[in-house]
Design a protein around this ligand. Structure first.
Ligand SMILES: O=C(O)CCC(=O)C(=O)O
Ligand SMILES: [Fe+2]
Length: 215
C-alpha cells in the first residue's frame, strides 16, 4: 500500500500547459490556449464533424434542459451533435483521451471534483449567433467548466465574425473580452460565473463545446 502511494506521487508529472490553464482560471476565470490539441488532431476532428454534418446527424440546438427544450432561433442558431465516448470514432477517441487526461490533472491538483463531462460538435451556419447567456441557464448547476475547441479552416479570418465575447468583471466594471475562433484554439471558462456570446458569423463556424461537471 505504502509502495503504491509512493508510486502515485512519483508518477505525477507537471504539465506546463495545464498549469497555465489553471493559473489563468484562478486569476481571470477563463483561459485561452493555442496548443491544447495538435494540428493533426484538429484536422481529424474537423473532418469528422463535416462528415457527420453532411450525413445529416446534427440537429438544431435548443435552449433549456433536455426535458424542456425550446428551439429559439432568436437566441441561438447553431446545429449540434452530442458526442458519445463509448461509441466514438478515432478522432473523438483521441479527443476524449486528452480531455480525460486534463480532467485527471485538474482533479489531482485542484480538487475540483469533476465527475462527468458532456461534449457536442457545433456548426453555426452563415448568419447565426448565440446571444449572451450563462451556460448554467440550462438548469444544470453541475456545470463547472465550459470548454470550446474551434475547428475552423486554417485560413480563418477575424472578419468572418463569430467571435466569442466573454463578459468579465474587474472591480465592478464589465470588461468584454473578444476571442476569435481560430482553429485549434481552446477556451476554458467558469460556467457559473462568466456570461458570454457568439457574435453573428459570416461563414460556417465549427467547434466542439462541452462541460466538465461536478456531482
Ligand atoms: O462556440 C463558442 O464560442 C461558445 C458556444 C457557447 O457559448 C455554448 O455552446 O454554450
Ligand atoms: Fe455558452
Amino acid at each position: 500500500m505504502l509502495e503504491n502511494e509512493l508510486y502515485e506521487q512519483v508518477d505525477f508529472v507537471e504539465n506546463p500547459l495545464y498549469e497555465k490553464v489553471i493559473s489563468n482560471l484562478l486569476e481571470q476565470q477563463y483561459s485561452v490556449v493555442e496548443d491544447f490539441f495538435d494540428p493533426t488532431e484538429v484536422e481529424m476532428l474537423r473532418n469528422s464533424l463535416l462528415e457527420k454534418y453532411e450525413e445529416d446527424n446534427f440537429k438544431k440546438a435548443a435552449i433549456g434542459n433536455r426535458i424542456n427544450e425550446v428551439i429559439e432561433k432568436t437566441i441561438r442558431g447553431d446545429f449540434i451533435l452530442w458526442l458519445n465516448e463509448a461509441t466514438a470514432g478515432e478522432a473523438e477517441k483521441t479527443f476524449f483521451r486528452k480531455i480525460n487526461n486534463f480532467v485527471d490533472y485538474l482533479n489531482k491538483t485542484c480538487f475540483l471534483g469533476i465527475l462527468y463531462k458532456e461534449f457536442h460538435y457545433a456548426l453555426y451556419p452563415e448568419g447565426t449567433f448565440y446571444k449572451r447567456h450563462l451556460d448554467t441557464f440550462q438548469n444544470d448547476d453541475r456545470r463547472k467548466l465550459s470548454m470550446v475547441c474551434y475547428l475552423n479552416d486554417q485560413d480563418w479570418k477575424p472578419e468572418y465574425g463569430g467571435e466569442l465575447v466573454i463578459y468579465t468583471n474587474e472591480n465592478g466594471v464589465e470588461l468584454p473580452k473578444t476571442i476569435y475562433p481560430f482553429p485549434g484554439r481552446v477556451v476554458i471558462f467558469e460556467s457559473q460565473i462568466l456570461e458570454h456570446e457568439v457574435k453573428p458569423v459570416k461563414t460556417e463556424r465549427l467547434s466542439i463545446t462541452g462541460w466538465l461537471k461536478t456531482r
